[in-house]
Write a new protein. Structure first.
Lengths: 197, 197
């Protein structure tokens, strides 16, 4: 039953990659992928919170009574999210301005509570770190890939640098909200085709 | 009963620890966040109205207690003397408060410049309060503490056409800056003089 630490880590990167396989955490996936730096920043923020909350929850899993576990998990997650928000405000203000409301909204991201409930509360610290890192990186890569597609097609830029000549007419639809849904749908389709057994 | 007590204790402990941690992080990042907000939100406006000064007004700043709150003042060095201070006030606009920075020459009590920082006015109409150079220039060289009014209200300020309410808001902010200046003048002058030029 027990998987190795490496397996716990790699499952988040492919077999259970959060937005495409578990279909969790779609709100930031849709909203924060207008540009590559936003998507990547969001991914890193989530990874940090995920690893920290996984560590703490797996350490405290015996001390947390079953009846109030959700409340305790939320307190842990919310604490780390506010730390991220403050640090980002202090050291990456432009990113903070762009991400705005979506930083505090990490609290309600299903991935965090999902990993806390499904994994960290039942496994040891090392496995939980591996799980958090894997899931977080999987999430980051997913967001970045989606953001690359949307930014290049929708804005003609990559990391705010133009990739096509001046004659390129940006496909603006891709950076609007409906474009995000279409793009995500196509990604899910590709992932399902690739994962077919 | 004992079980209830335990749940209660655990959740309280979690909340208290999280609160303590966050207070610590907040205290550690407070200065830096303030600087970032000044740099990215008020900074451009302050630099615009302090054009030609030989220092960095954003880092040359001090605070004065005004009743319950503290106000920040930014010092500009002109002709080798720290003789201009800028500070922020606000007035009621069409879509909410309009933040206005006013720079005052403390030697002759004249307004050295007025600039809008934050606003929620109608884009293209009231938002010209921020972008229309001519509108803001009307305040320049006027004595601070004048009861500025738009012409429609019997004053001498030319309102932005179609944006009387926004113009009124800026006038109101400048008038309130006059009150603040009168109230705090002695400490402003004293602290400005002691700034290294």
């Amino acid at each position: 039953m027990a998987k190795s630490v490496l397996q716990e880590f790699t499952k988040g990167l492919w077999n259970e990659v959060p937005p495409y396989r578990l279909v969790l955490g779609l709100c930031p996936t849709l909203a924060m992928t207008k540009s590559v730096d936003n998507g990547f920043g969001m991914g890193i923020a989530v990874t940090f919170v995920l690893v920290c909350s996984n560590i703490l929850i797996s350490m405290l899993r015996k001390a947390i009574p079953k009846n109030v576990r959700i409340a305790c998990f939320i307190v842990v997650v919310a604490t780390f999210v506010i730390i991220v928000e403050l640090v980002m405000q202090a050291y990456a203000y432009t990113l903070f301005q762009q991400m705005g409301i979506f930083i505090p909204l990490i609290v309600v991201n299903c991935i965090l509570l999902g990993r806390a409930e499904a994994f960290a509360s039942k496994n040891g610290v090392v496995a939980s770190i591996a799980d958090g890192l894997g899931m977080g990186l999987g999430f980051t890569i997913s967001l970045t890939v989606l953001a690359i597609i949307r930014e290049i097609l929708g804005n003609g830029t990559f990391l705010n640098k133009a990739v096509f000549g001046p004659s390129f007419e940006p496909f603006t639809f891709m950076i609007t909200a409906p474009g995000a849904f279409v793009c995500l749908g196509l990604m899910l389709c590709i992932m399902n085709l690739l994962g077919k057994k | 009963m004992r079980e209830m007590l335990k749940l209660f204790l655990v959740v309280t402990l979690f909340g208290a620890l999280s609160g303590g941690l966050l207070a610590g992080v907040r205290a550690g990042t407070k200065e830096r966040i303030e600087y970032q907000q000044i740099k990215f939100v008020k900074g451009p406006a302050i630099q615009e109205i302090m054009k030609g000064c030989s220092n960095d007004p954003l880092s040359t700043r001090f605070k004065v207690k005004d009743g319950k709150e503290e106000r920040s003042f930014f010092v500009g060095v002109f002709d080798g003397k720290p003789n201009t201070v800028a500070f922020e006030t606000s007035g009621k606009g069409y879509g909410g408060d309009i933040g206005v920075v006013v720079a005052v020459n403390i030697e002759n009590d004249q307004i050295a410049g007025v600039g809008v920082t934050t606003h929620r006015e109608t884009p293209g109409v009231g938002s010209r309060a921020k972008t229309d150079v001519k509108f803001a220039a009307q305040f320049k060289g006027q004595p601070i503490g004048e009861p500025f009014k738009v012409k429609a209200d019997g004053g001498k300020i030319d309102a932005l056409s179609g944006a009387t309410v926004s113009s009124r808001g800026v006038c109101g902010a400048v008038v309130s800056s006059g009150e603040i200046y009168r109230r705090l003048k002695s400490s402003i002058v004293e602290k400005t003089k002691s700034t290294k030029s």
